[in-house]
Design a protein around this ligand. Sequence first.
Ligand SMILES: [Ca+2]
Ligand SMILES: [Ca+2]
Length: 165
Amino acid sequence: MATRTAFATLAAMSCMVGATVLAATPAGAAAGADPSMQHCVVNLDSRKVTCAADQQQARRLSDVTPTALTIAIFYNGTGYTGATHTWVQSRRCTSGYDSEWQWDDLGDIGWNNRVSSVRTYNRCDVKFYDGVDFKGASSVWIDGASNLGTIGTGWNNRASSVKFS
Ligand SMILES: [Ca+2]
Ligand SMILES: [Ca+2]
């Protein structure tokens, strides 16, 4: 009887210790700083954004079809480094510059004044605007740049809206 009581008391103490440790665990980091969500894919046909730990996983989890085409990738760092934002849709760009797709406020997806290097694919180029809604200064049409600071009057961490053609 005495042995059983001692065991029960020890078990209760273990639970309390466990509970104390759990309560002392700090809350998780803010979602925006979560390194496992730094790579995003946007389907320009549906405007749905999907983020994950890497580009392949983001694409796999997204609603884009297997035949969908990447038209551009934004990088937070120069030299195609850091967080990425991949733009995907169902068609190649045409040969003319006629703004086939656009995004009027990059702040919607956490990319206001953030893109520092860019690659384009499938005959597409990008044109950046300093303001949202395609206002303010605009860049030339850009096929690709490892440092947007060297383009025109400087486009590092400056674009707030974008057109694709
Ligand atoms: Ca940047
Ligand atoms: Ca801007």
